[in-house]
Design a protein around this ligand. Sequence first.
Ligand SMILES: [Zn+2]
Length: 492
Amino acid sequence: MIHKIKNYQPVPAAENQYSIPFMEKNRTLVLREDQDEILVGVEKRDPDLEDILIRYHQGAEKNVKFVLIESRDLSLLLARLVSDQGLSKGTLEEDQRSLSLDHLAGDAPVINLVNSIIMEGIEQGASDIHLEKFRNRLVVRYRVDGILHVGRELEPSVFSYISSRIKIMAHLNIMETRLPQDGRITVQLGSDEADLRVSIVPLTGEGESIVLRILHRTMAPMGVDQLGYSESHLRELLELAEKSHGLVLVTGPTGCGKSTTLNSLLRHIYTPGKKFISIEDPVEYVVDGIDQIQTNDEIGLSFSSILRRVLRQDPNVIMIGEIRDRETADLAIRSALTGHLVFSTLHTNDALSAVPRLMNMGVEPYLLASVLKGITAQRLVRKVCPVCGKKRELTEREREIFKSAGMAAPDRLSEGIGCPQCDNSGYSGRTLINEIISVTEEWEDLISRGDGRDALRRNAREKGIESLLADGLTKAAAGITTLLEVERVVKS
Ligand SMILES: [Zn+2]
C-alpha cells in the first residue's frame, strides 16, 4: 500500500541522517523518528537498500520500518529538504549587499558560514578543503580519503566575503587579490588542535582558488601495526628501522601517507637513550621526545641548511622530510656514512626508481650502495565500507588482472554499494599497499655497478619480491579494498 505523504512531516534536514546525494540517488528519506522507531520512506521496496539502512541504523537500537511513498511526493519532500539547507545562504546575501567588504568579513553570518565550512571539513575527516569560484557558481570541495567531493555549492557573490574572512583569520592582507598568499589558522577542537595551512592563489579572469590543508597537530601518528602492512612486510620494515646506521627511504607520490609512515616508525623506535631529529615540511604530527624542525624557505631554512646545522648536535636518528635536490641527497648520504640512521622520502613511482633518481641527482653509485639499507614504496587505498560492502562474483576482466600478475583469482570480491555511512561512495577509511626491498649484498653489487631500473626490476622479480600491485591484489582478494582502487593508485 502506498502511503499519502500528507500524513508525514519530513525530518528537518539538520536531523536527517542521510546526505542529500544519498537520498536523491536512492529515492529515500527518514519520515519520522521517535523513541523506538525510525520510519523510512522509500519509492520502491529494495531488499538490498533496506538491508543497508537497517545495518546503518543498528547503533540506534530502534525498529526500522519502511513505507512506500509516491514518487511525486518523494520528489517534493526532497526538494523541500534541499531548500531548507540553502536558507542560511539566502539570509547572508540579503544582509550584506550594501555593506563594505572588510566590515562584512567580520559579520556574524560570514563568520558562521566560514566556521561551518571548516567544521564540516574537520567532521568529515577531510585532509583539505578547496574553495573555488567559477563563473556561475562557488564550490566547496572536501578531500576525504584522498578523493575530492563537492560539499556544498554557494551563491558566487559571497566568495569575496569568504575570501576576506579567511585572510583575516590567517593574518593575511585582505586587499591583496593579485598575488598568491600563504598563512595559517589554528582551530581549537575540544582537547585537539587543528592547524590549517592556507594557500590562496588568484585565478586568471576573476576570483581565487583557496585551499585549506588540515593538520591535527595534537593527534599522535598511528601505531606501525595499524598502518596496513602485511605481517611479513611489517617485519621487514621494522628490521630496517632498527638498524644502527644507514639510509632508509619511503617513496610514492604526494599524499600517499609517506610522512605518516615515517612518523609512526620514529615513534616506534624512539628511545630516550638516543637523540632523534626530524626536519619536516610541514610538521604534521607532534611526536614526544623528537626534536622537530620545520623548513621555511622564506627565511632560508631549507632541508639542507637545517641538516648541516643539526649534524653538529650529533643526533643518532635523523628524519629528512624529502630529498629534493643534490645538496640534501649528498648530506643524507654523508650522514648515513658517518654512523647516523637516516630516514627520508622521495617522489618516485616505485621503490627501485629511487636508485636511478638519486644517481640522477649526482649521488655516486658506490656511496649509495654502501649506505642504502632499504626502500619501500606505498600508496593509500580506500577500504570497502563495512556497512554496505557485499561479496560478488569476478568479471572476466578481473580474473585476467589476477592471472597476468601470476596470482590465483579469489572466488569473490567485495564492493560497497553505497550507504549513508560512507556518503554513497562505497568506501570508508584507508589502508596502505606497499612493496619493500631490503638491500642485500647482491643488491649492493647491482647498485654500485650503476645498473638501471630495468635491471633492478628484473632482479626483484627473480627474487620473488612482491610488487605494489601484487600487495594491492592480495588486499582486494581479501575484501579489504577493490580492484578499481588498486588500479587507480598503482597507476598514479
Ligand atoms: Zn557504505
